[in-house]
Design a protein around this ligand. Structure first.
Ligand code: SAH
Length: 271
């Protein structure tokens, strides 16, 4: 009979013995803990790097599925929300919350809107486009670029987008954050959005991300026939805001008031 204890035990057998706690510490040939550890390390190496874990489509898809469950049904809007990386538009310290349904600070007292509210407003625009036989949002005007997230979504859904911001620092930040997306149909303008942007009017879709006491006349002047405007506006319950929808047809303007909302104030002039 050979003396097995002098030979290195065979690998599977040894692991089995270790698992049962029978390995001898004196056995220098086999270091099962290290092997198991290496196996774990190797297995981890096989996984693709994921950064914060937020750059993966899966995180965004989960957000989109939640929005769908909560009643957002517009497929083009859901698809755009699944494509645009929201975490790239918030400060690094807030990245972990980027795919929660929450508004987040973007500096200078402003906020990026909740995905559900952004989705709701975009769906109202998309619904109108489909009702008048347009495949997309057409020519779009956004008032309140903020960090540029909604502008990126509009770039996915519209043919051309003009987005206006009155705070220069945010206008420049949005430019930086949008650059990697290479959306060539997006034009960022620094100015007072209450005046709209006459050079590219009329617009098929107008959307405001800030709410005022009244509807600036320029917005209605620049709304195309067959177009829709969606904006938060004073006049909601308990002195709050309401989501206002205005459609322009051959016959004139038609207004609908939807749910109560809460947006930052629409201000006049630039900083
Ligand atoms: N859509 C933005 C939301 C930004 S919050 C996003 O996705 O991040 C609303 C923005 O409207 C703020 O940045 C604020 O500065 C801007 N705003 C308020 N009044 C404005 C005006 N008159 N013209 C242009 N921008 C305005």
């Amino acid at each position: 009979m050979t003396d097995d204890s002098r030979r290195p035990p065979k690998f599977p057998l040894a692991l089995d013995r270790v698992a049962r706690g029978s390995a001898r510490p004196a056995d220098r040939t086999l270091r099962p803990q290290r092997l198991v550890q290496s196996a774990v390390t190797d297995a981890q190496r096989l996984r693709p790097p994921t950064g914060h874990g937020l750059d993966s489509d899966a995180v965004r898809r989960r957000m989109v599925e939640r929005l769908r469950t909560d009643g957002l049904t517009s497929e083009p809007v859901l698809a755009a929300l699944a494509r645009v990386p929201r975490h790239c538009f918030v400060d690094s310290g807030l990245v972990a919350q980027a795919y929660e349904d929450t508004s987040l600070p973007i500096g200078l007292g402003q906020t990026i809107s909740k995905p559900s509210v952004v989705g709701r407003m975009l769906a109202l625009l998309q619904q109108r486009a489909e009702a008048v036989g347009r495949r997309d949002l057409g020519r779009v005007l956004e008032i309140g670029t903020g960090c540029g997230y909604q502008a990126a979504l509009l770039g996915e859904l519209g043919r051309s987008v003009v987005s206006i911001e009155r705070l220069q620092a945010l206008h420049e930040l949005a430019r930086e954050r949008l650059a990697p997306l290479r959306r060539h149909n997006l034009r960022l303008v620094y100015g007072d959005g209450r005046l709209g942007h006459a050079p590219q009017a009329p617009y098929d879709s107008i959307i405001a991300a800030a709410g005022g006491e009244d509807l600036p006349p320029a917005w209605l002047d620049q709304l195309a026939v067959g177009g829709r405007l969606v904006a938060p506006m004073a006049g909601g319950p308990r002195g709050g805001q309401v989501l206002l929808v205005v459609d322009r047809d051959e016959q004139g303007l038609r207004e609908q008031r939807h749910e109560a909302v809460h947006f930052v104030p629409l201000k006049s002039g630039t900083d």
